[in-house]
Ligand binder design. Structure first.
Ligand code: SF4
Length: 685
């Protein structure tokens, strides 16, 4: 009867799709989500939300949800109970360690999981297994941001709160399409433009914001470093640099000035394809603005020299004195996934512990050992691409993949699949039987972001609460419970009985998080880190007194432009760029299972009408796309968003095989894949 039904409820939580971190009110009835509404007082979204956060929740009740563990027997995955699945995993991990030591085991944690889950995964790997081979999928997107921003400014995150960016009088938006990928930010940036801010967009494609730009720079993919050096050259030669700031707070000017002599506008125009006059116009808009801000995305990071790109972009803010001062609003990376920042903050990385202390630093390890009561391995572990290489070579004998469909989203997926098949034990935490799960030996059914408790960190470093609106289906468990259960089976007490306990323990280990707690976040809503003190606010704007580098100064970088790893040639004459579209999210496993599929039902290959004519491709026809690594099948769509010689598609439809095309070229500093440049050819079927 209606009287026995649970009352309709509302749960406040944080969106689990992109890194904007919108606050949502989730309405439920009878244990099912009936509506997702944007919270009017959400600190980032202020009453707005996009088509993903609002409507893409149908996957929760999809009949394809995994509800019981699966175990491979005689080549097939069969349903088993949790005890049997966890026993099998524990035995497999022990066998791997006996055969190859702790470093024969690795885990890929998830930028989709909560902070507390990431904290527990890395603790499990370090304490229960004894290896630092734990990484997360920020390796594939924003690892160059972490490395580049830390080298330039000291901390591996954005320099300013978006609230400040919104007061900027000039926005330089680089390699990002926020109107589609981060729609709430896209809308807020547009509002700022409508209120008079000047806008420079740098992106090869005519992305949504470009229509409103004062200057749209369209560099050839892979030439960002030259582009940024060209802008810096003009700023220096035309007297737009803040000499007082540079003298007092920066270092590296001499080396950069020497390098920039080689990047006059005409030469940069030749490298990038951007007209010299546009370079000058853009440099003057940014360099003469009173309060400029830089916002960037994966078009900066996913390159062979992605870290150099981040650092060269950061140079512009340093030259202008627009970081750590009242003048400008620094450099803000738009994070693709909900918890890219947090997964790394929590130490799910092979070279750092929670709070970014290096594992090679004895003092950092000693602090962790005191909190954990267990030794911490000293040698840095494997990065994700190294894990796959080690598996193919027989050195990695067990891999735990948590919430990532690596066979769909990593580059050159044919090689990834071969790596998983070569690994004696592959364990996968998943919502659905993903491409990766099909290669696993054990598949553990897990809860989604609407079914779990914890926190995320959004793109401008705000910790926000995540709360369960509904229960996970069947026997699915949270990743948090999965890690704890496995540790128990292996005879290891990880402590941290609740997510709140995990965040509290993390704060004891990493002082930058010491002032955070679930109770505080419940009271205050959102708190940015660094936050060392429970009685003081977190630091929304960084570096107002000193940079967090060892010498306290911002570091200009003098990295020369080097060409991308992939080059078009006669056989592969087009450059493929991949990215996101409005209605879908990443591998599409959630957004394709619900109403959003009707909004964007197939994956298109966008190509310029001139190229369509040249290669005999009709609008709407099925085409084969081939690279040096593999082949994909897509639907052609002629579009003047792309320039001749370039094609674009998303990675939301793994069945089309897009990441069979992408190469294993990767950022030379962080191993972030060069997703933004793949040489391909297109042929009508
Ligand atoms: Fe907000 Fe991003 Fe979620 Fe859309 S996907 S509601 S922009 S957090």
């Amino acid at each position: 009867t209606s009287a026995s039904r649970p009352a309709a409820a509302r749960t406040r939580t944080t969106c689990g799709y992109c890194g904007v971190g919108c606050s949502l009110e989730v309405a439920t009835h009878d244990g099912e989500v009936t509506a997702v509404l944007p919270a009017r007082d959400g600190p980032v979204n202020r009453g707005h939300a996009c088509v993903k956060g609002r409507f893409a929740h149908g996957y929760l009740t999809s009949p394809e949800r995994l509800t019981r563990p699966l175990l491979r027997r005689d080549g097939s995955l069969v349903t088993v109970g949790w005890d049997e699945a966890l026993d099998h995993v524990a035995r497999g991990l022990r066998a791997a360690m006996e055969a190859g030591g702790p470093d024969a085991v690795a885990a890929i944690s998830s930028a989709r999981a909560t902070n507390e889950e990431n904290y527990l995964v890395q603790k499990f790997m370090r304490v229960a297994i004894g290896t630092n081979s734990v990484d997360n999928c920020s390796r594939l997107c924003h690892s160059p941001s972490a490395a580049g921003l830390a080298a330039s400014f000291g901390l591996p995150g954005g320099t300013d709160t978006f609230d400040d960016v919104e007061r900027a009088d000039c926005l330089l938006v680089v390699g990002a399409n926020p109107v589609e990928a981060h729609p709430v930010i896209g809308a807020r940036l547009l509002q700022r433009v409508l209120h008079g801010a000047r806008l420079v967009v740098a992106d090869p494609r005519s992305v949504g914001l470009a229509v409103h730009a004062d200057v749209h720079l369209r560099p050839r993919p892979g030439t960002n470093v030259a582009l940024f050096h060209g802008l810096a050259h003009i700023m220096l030669t035309e007297g737009m640099a803040d000499e007082e700031f540079l003298r007092a707070r920066a270092t590296g000017l001499k080396e950069l000035t020497d390098l920039l002599a080689d990047y006059p506008p005409d030469r940069v125009a030749g490298i990038t394809g951007v007209p010299a006059a546009d370079l000058v116009a853009a440099a003057r808009l940014y360099g003469r603005a009173e309060h400029p801000a830089i916002i960037y995305g994966l078009g900066v990071t996913e390159h062979l020299h992605g870290t150099d790109g981040v650092r060269s972009l950061a140079n512009l803010a340093i030259l202008r004195g627009a970081v750590g001062t009242d003048r400008g609003f620094g450099v803000s990376p738009l994070r693709g996934q909900n918890n890219v920042q947090g997964a790394s903050d929590m130490g799910a990385l092979p070279d750092v512990l929670p709070g970014y202390g290096k594992v090679t630093d004895p003092a950092v390890r000693a602090r962790a050992e005191e909190v954990w009561g267990a030794p911490v391995p000293e040698r840095p572990g494997l990065r994700i691409p190294q894990m796959f290489a080690a598996a193919r070579a027989g050195a990695l004998r067990a891999l735990w993949v948590i919430g990532e469909d690596v066979c769909a989203t990593d580059p050159d997926t044919n090689r990834v699949a071969r790596a998983l098949d070569a690994c004696p034990l592959v364990v996968c935490n998943e919502l659905f039987l993903s491409e990766t799960a099909r290669h696993a030996d054990v598949v553990l059914p897990v809860a989604s972001w609407l079914e779990k408790d914890g926190t995320f960190v959004n793109f401008d470093r705000r910790f926000q609460r995540v709360r369960p609106a509904v229960a996970p289906p069947g026997e699915a468990r949270t990743d948090f419970d999965t890690v704890r259960s496995l540790a128990t089976v292996m005879g290891v007490d990880l402590g941290c009985p609740t997510p709140a306990d995990a965040l509290a323990e993390c704060g004891r280990l990493a002082p930058v998080f010491a002032g955070l707690s679930h109770d505080r976040l419940d009271r205050e809503g959102a708190v940015p880190w660094p936050c060392p003190d429970p009685d003081r606010p977190g630091e929304a704007k960084l570096y107002t007194e000193r940079f967090a580098t060892p010498d306290g100064r911002a570091h200009l970088a003098a990295a020369p432009y080097l060409p991308p790893g992939e080059q078009p040639d006669d056989d592969y004459p087009l450059v493929l760029v991949t990215g996101r579209r409005w209605a879908h999210y990443n591998s599409g496993s959630m957004t394709r299972r619900g109403g959003n599929l009707a909004l964007d039902p197939v994956d298109f290959l966008d190509l310029h009408p001139d190229d369509a004519t040249r290669y005999g491709v009709r609008d709407g026809a099925q085409v084969t796309v081939e690279s040096r690594y593999g082949r994909a099948s897509l639907t052609a769509r002629t579009s003047e968003q792309t320039v001749p010689g370039q094609v674009f598609c998303s990675f939301h439809f793994p069945a089309s095989g897009v990441n069979r095309l992408t190469s294993d070229q990767a950022d030379t500093v962080t191993s972030c894949p060069e997703y933004k440049v793949t040489a391909v050819r297109v042929a009508a079927l």
